[in-house]
Ligand binder design. Structure first.
Ligand SMILES: Cc1ncc(COP(=O)(O)O)c(C=O)c1O
Length: 361
């Protein structure tokens, strides 16, 4: 198999140590080894999302979309939900919420922009119980200013939920200081572990909601996972459904390496790589889709003045760099995305730019 540099939006550039850690000998989910990995991953989730033990932590055996749908464990029948969506992954909430007996409204931005704090402020006057948004919108590379948004929202709803699937591990996240109730991510993105798990932290006020009647699907209901997580954190194994043992081992190793690097330095590395990519793209005469001031550390969407983005991705792959196509329906084949997250280094950015230059010239 050809070796490529994975500048995709997840999984992204890997780390051999983390990858090898997923290959474990016969280990059961009740073994002390597995319980140790889970406990480490649960604490690591708090570290990368900037919360203390005041928050409950979950490592769940399904990808980011499963974590999104698990949020329905915290919703109550008839509640009013406001979603600020900056693209395809914000819009994914509609596919979820439309299946549940809640009332919802979407505020949407044009591709490359973000719903403004003023718009959110204005809409909240109509009365909502829950607010949901996405930290980094992977379809456009836009980063929502969560701290600023939360200041306007937090005293006006009883639950704030942030999808940090494309941000956590590459962006500064202080969910507790920002008073976000639910922050979650997926293992394959900027945390840089094997795909297959998601991580979620929930405030005390979010956890109180588990006491109410549930409308969540059985497997995704946090009520079923909570006692398992509590047990793991106190060294006691438990079973609700079989966990992906190797993926959790890899996640635990990723958390060790993240702690060694330190989140501050990790974010700085992501910033450095992101700015190399953006400068290089603009030097080639291409446009960064996300507006200045809203550009993420983890994803750069590159806009063309014509169709042909799919061909650029295909030819780059032949030359050893894997980019991602663009899923935004308004920009079909007019843009592609460069993922720069997880274990990405400056040298990967230079290699990616060099291939891109050759392909677009
Ligand atoms: C912001 C965001 N949310 C949710 C998801 C869904 O996650 P998964 O593909 O792990 O189910 C993604 C995936 O790319 C994402 O980028």
């Amino acid at each position: 198999m050809a070796r490529r540099t994975l500048m995709h939006v997840g999984p992204s550039v890997g780390n051999l140590d983390v990858q090898i850690s997923s290959v474990v000998p016969d280990v059961g989910f009740a073994s002390p080894e597995f319980v140790g990995w889970m406990a480490n991953a649960l604490e690591g989730a708090r570290y990368v999302m900037g919360v203390s033990r005041n928050y409950s932590s979950f490592v769940l055996p399904y990808s980011g979309t499963g974590a999104m749908e698990s949020v329905t464990s915290l919703l109550r029948k008839g509640e009013r939900v406001l979603v600020a969506s900056n693209g395809v992954f914000g819009d994914r909430w509609e596919g979820i919420l439309s299946r549940y007996p809640v009332r919802y409204k979407f505020l949407r931005s044009e591709p490359g922009k973000a719903v403004s704090v003023q718009e959110i402020d204005r809409e909240l006057q109509n009365g909502y119980d829950v607010f949901i948004t996405t930290h980094v919108e992977t379809s456009t590379g836009v980063r929502m200013p969560i701290e600023e948004v939360s200041k306007v929202v937090r005293d006006r709803v009883s639950l704030i939920v942030v999808d940090g699937v494309a941000s956590v591990g590459g962006e500064a996240v202080s969910a507790e200081d920002w008073k976000v109730d639910v922050f979650f991510t997926a293992s394959q993105k900027a945390v840089g572990a094997q795909p297959g798990t998601s991580l979620m932290v929930c405030s005390g006020r979010a956890m109180e909601r588990l006491g109410g009647e549930s409308m969540a699907p059985f497997y995704l209901d946090l009520r079923n996972w909570k006692p398992i997580m509590d047990g793991m954190e106190t060294g006691i194994g438990g079973y609700f459904a079989t966990p992906p043992v190797g993926a959790v081992a890899s996640l635990s190793r990723a958390m060790d390496l993240i702690r060694n690097e330190g989140m501050k330095e990790r974010v700085r590395r992501h910033e450095r790589v992101a700015s190399i990519i953006r400068e290089g793209v603009e030097e080639m005469g291409l446009r960064v889709l996300a507006e200045e001031g809203l550009r993420s550390n983890t994803v750069t969407a590159v806009l063309l003045d014509r169709e042909g983005a799919g061909e650029i991705v295909k030819r780059s792959m032949e030359l050893g760099i894997e980019f991602a196509t663009g899923p935004h329906p308004a920009l079909r084949d007019r843009y592609f995305r460069i993922g720069h997250m997880g274990w990405v280094q400056e040298k990967d950015a230079f290699a990616a730019l060099s291939v891109l230059r050759r392909v677009v010239s």
